[in-house]
Design a protein around this ligand. Structure first.
Ligand code: N01
Length: 540
């Protein structure tokens, strides 16, 4: 035990990192390489973050596997071999475990340990972080820096449906799926939600269950994923020039896939036949590239409507029952809610053991025997909540971080406010990897994570070299950044629908568009801030 400033503390570090997903693991590695001491706290019993928790049937990434991987180690790039175009959850988890072993990360990670609170002490310029392990042990650690790597989609959203606790059957949330899987054979299953998690799991659960009833509040746009095994030649080609692929990735505004060329004209400049051919080509390629054919699909509603209409036509020709097809047909802007990618999603609604129930006008009630909506009882043996997450802020607020004059809860009472998505005025020496106000969820997450980790690492190295102990975002810089994020978001169609990007999926959550569209300009701006002596921060 170490004694610090009269407080009994169990351990003292340069930095405490919260979370052992892709962000936390790389942050730990990057700090250790620079000679900093660091400790990671992680609630789960292993690394992997989102890929540890989301084990529902069909869970897989929807960024090409060769792009959804770390770029910081050429040796790692060469030795790891992805098997499919889109890696499935077990393979990604295996990759995370491999990284943890390869770089000997586990020795500095405390698993099964939750952060209960974190207080910044201005006298010592240290964070005092209280944790509780699963065995009940409470511990206080002190660290000059606290770095959150809690993930953007890690705090599950389980709506307070009336009667939820009375259900006598089994209930699951896609985001906390049982590790030994679930056998739905012969079961009547209810699926609530039709976002990405539902879109991936519905076709597989339908194959197994006696009957699957899907409760839909908003119809979703989904594009075929076209997942397949990678050929030896594809793997060889990627490995032959990983640096070029990574460089191309960093030039992408979103996670469209650097391997698929992007169109640079407006959808409205092309004639109707050319446009349809472009959409059809990208529909056949599959994945995010569907929205990459023209340069204004998320900027101009008329252009957007041409892409939306293409998908609506696919639904009409795929789904045989016209009433079901109509119900599955979205009307909102395509891409303003996160686009989904599927294997046989719309086709699944042609199965005789699958039914679709519209809950847009009639809220859900849970009974002892199933789901009641619109005065109809649907009796089921199991309920799957695919109801998403309290995105971007949920897990951060659970840390109970308190600065000298404000808490994160108070600072964000009217929605998240950050400088660069990395730092919050009033909470010195705290960095938020892929925090609100940074591109994060609108990009390939690993590209964003690496950029943030390297920025934070360089900042700590620079502070150490100058003998600086404290860094805090200036209020004016933060206000200007919040205005900038809003202005950029308002130039796009993103704020036009009720998405989790806006916090609209969680009742009572303040509506603020949380991520910043456009990765390359962001990377340039944050690099310029560092180059200008951490402009907008107060350093002492
Ligand atoms: O969650 P979601 P998700 N009553 O929020 C519905 C990433 N991800 O877990 O649209 C009735 O998208 C809600 O309805 P509505 C990806 O970024 C990635 O599916 O709000 N329904 C919606 O249909 C993704 O976007 C991958 O009207 C209610 C659904 O539940 C993000 O995670 C895979 C309701 C929630 O959809 C979240 O995806 C999976 C209520 N009270 C996830 N509350 C890949 O990489 C919510 N809903 C492939």
């Amino acid at each position: 035990m170490v004694q610090v400033a009269g407080n009994a503390v169990d351990e003292q570090f340069d930095a405490v990192i919260i979370g052992a997903g892709f962000a936390g693991m790389y942050m730990l590695h990057a700090l250790r390489e620079q000679g900093f001491s660091a400790r990671v706290f992680e609630v789960a019993d292993d690394v992997g973050g989102t890929w540890y928790w989301n084990r529902y049937p069909g869970a897989r990434c929807d960024v090409d596997s060769s792009e959804y991987s770390y770029s910081f180690s050429p040796e790692l790039e060469q030795e790891w071999e992805w098997t499919e175009r889109y890696a499935a959850q077990p393979e990604i988890l295996c990759y995370a475990q491999h990284v943890a072993d390869r770089f000997d990360l586990r020795r500095d990670i405390r698993f099964e340990t939750r952060v209960l609170s974190a207080d910044f002490d201005d006298a010592t310029t240290d964070w005092s972080i209280v944790t509780r392990s699963n065995d009940g042990t409470e511990q206080t650690s002190r660290a000059q820096f606290m770095i959150t790597a809690v993930g953007c989609l890690s705090s599950t959203n389980l709506p307070q449906f009336p009667g939820r606790d009375t259900f006598a059957g089994s209930s699951y949330h896609t985001g906390t799926w049982p590790h030994d899987g679930v056998d739905f054979t012969g079961k009547r299953v209810a699926m609530i939600g039709t976002g990405s998690s539902a879109v991936q799991s519905i076709p597989l659960i339908a194959e197994q269950a006696a009957h699957l009833t899907v409760f839909q509040r908003t119809a979703t746009y989904t594009v075929p994923a076209r997942n397949r095994r990678l050929t030896a030649e594809e793997i060889e080609n990627v490995k032959a020039d990983y640096p070029a692929l990574r460089a191309a990735n960093r030039q992408m505004s979103g996670g469209f896939g650097a391997q698929y060329p992007r169109g640079d004209i407006s959808a409205l400049e092309a004639d109707s036949a050319t446009r349809t051919a472009e959409y059809a080509k990208r529909w056949d390629i599959g994945g995010f590239t569907f929205l990459g054919g023209f340069n204004d699909l998320i900027l101009n509603s008329e252009a957007n409507e041409t892409a939306a209409e293409f998908v609506r036509e696919q639904i009409a020709t795929t789904v045989t029952d016209p009433a079901t097809a109509a119900l599955l047909t979205p009307t909102h802007v395509i891409g303003c809610k996160r686009l989904c990618f599927d294997t046989d999603y719309y086709e699944t609604f042609n199965r005789t053991n699958v039914s679709l129930v519209d809950v847009s006008q009639a809220p859900i009630e849970i009974t002892e025997t199933g789901v009641r909506t619109g005065g109809v009882d649907h009796e089921v043996d199991a309920i799957v909540y695919a109801t998403g997450f309290d995105a971007m802020t949920g897990s951060l607020l659970k840390i109970n971080a308190r600065g000298p004059s404000t808490s994160l809860q108070d600072a964000w009472a009217a929605g998240p406010r950050t400088y660069l998505g990395l730092s919050v005025h009033g909470l010195p020496n705290m960095f938020t990897i892929s925090g609100p106000g940074s591109p994060s969820v609108l990009t390939n997450m690993i590209t964003s994570i690496e950029q943030h980790v390297e920025w934070i690492r360089d900042c700590l190295v620079s502070m150490r070299a100058q003998g600086l102990r404290r860094i805090e975002a200036a209020e004016a810089a933060q206000e200007a950044w919040v205005d900038y994020v809003n202005a950029v978001a308002d130039m796009t169609l993103f704020p036009t629908c009720n998405s989790w990007y806006l916090g609209a999926n969680v009742p009572g959550k303040t509506r603020v568009f949380m991520p910043l569209p456009g990765f390359p300009p962001y990377a340039e701006q944050s690099a310029a801030v560092a180059a200008n002596g951490y402009e907008g921060f107060t350093l002492t």
